[in-house]
Design a protein around this ligand. Structure first.
Ligand SMILES: CC(C)(COP(=O)(O)OP(=O)(O)OC[C@H]1O[C@@H](n2cnc3c(N)ncnc32)[C@H](O)[C@@H]1OP(=O)(O)O)[C@@H](O)C(=O)NCCC(=O)NCCS
Length: 234
């Protein structure tokens, strides 16, 4: 396929399964090569680790026909209180066509469905990733709001900027920390909004002015509208 003329519909983006296990090495090579080119310290991945992510259905793969062109996986931290999407990679020949955005969306949904109580987070220096994360509802946060799981931060030790992270006592580094609510937190937020609407209905029943007036005046209706507005805003 001529990638210049192709559209996102030409790719298959799916949650991985055991049939994708043979692609583990290729994924590791893609990640390592990209890190080398960027001069950044994306943690080197063990093919067996990636293979398990594929087999366990904890990753997303993108294909152009038989060719693997993108990948991202899900990992939990801090006793399952946090989940991250890691190892996002798009084959250099297939970049800037929206593949990362589609893969990340799929991986984000996968993470939140597998671990509905876990907050989703990531750290990145990548402008495109920050942009995609923002679209998905992540907010930039200080590192203190991310997982404090030692295993996660150990992953930074292969980064050339690790000494900065250490010098700053893990409070900050060149990466931006980004955090999105868990699936259940988001549902609860929606529920909270519903509570506001119920309150609104009570208010709608009878504003104070209407309770005393036999025939409502235009002033009474002004109050009635104000009550509605004040609660609608939430
Ligand atoms: C970062 C990466 C995954 C982006 O993949 P991609 O498929 O090219 O990204 P998309 O096409 O979905 O682009 C998403 C947005 O980022 C922008 N973008 C992508 N690459 C960009 C670049 N090099 N410079 C500036 N903007 C870029 C796109 O224009 C798009 O924004 P828009 O829709 O507003 O135009 C890819 O470059 C990559 O694999 N890099 C190496 C590994 C890496 O850095 N992983 C992230 C680790 S946190």
């Amino acid at each position: 396929m001529d990638i210049q003329q192709g559209s996102l519909n030409d790719f298959i983006i799916v949650v991985a399964n055991e049939s994708h296990a043979p692609y583990a090495q290729q994924i590791c090579d893609l990640i390592e090569e990209s890190a080398r080119v960027r001069g950044t310290g994306i943690a080197k991945r063990d093919p067996n680790y990636i293979k398990k992510k594929l087999v366990d259905g904890k990753s997303v793969v993108a294909f152009d026909g038989e060719r693997l062109v993108g990948f991202c996986y899900v990992e939990t931290w801090g006793h399952g209180n946090y989940v991250s999407n890691s190892g996002l990679i798009v084959d250099p020949e297939y970049r800037k066509h929206g593949l990362a955005r589609s893969i990340k969306k799929e991986a984000f949904d996968l993470a939140r469905n597998l671990y509905p109580d876990a907050k989703v987070f990531g750290i990145t220096t990548s402008g495109p990733v920050m942009k995609i994360n923002t679209e998905l509802g992540y907010m930039p946060v200080p590192f203190a709001e991310l997982t404090q799981d030692e295993e996660f931060w150990k992953g930074c030790s292969s980064c050339p900027n690790y000494s900065i992270l250490q010098a700053k006592e893990r409070k900050m580094c060149l990466c931006t920390g980004m955090l999105a609510p868990s699936k259940n937190e988001e549902l609860k937020m929606k529920l909270d909004l519903s509570n506001q609407i119920i309150t609104n209905k009570k208010a709608e029943k009878k504003p104070a002015a209407l309770q005393t007036a036999t025939t409502p005046t235009s002033e009474d209706y002004k109050e009635f509208k104000t009550v509605r507005f004040a609660t609608d805003f939430f």
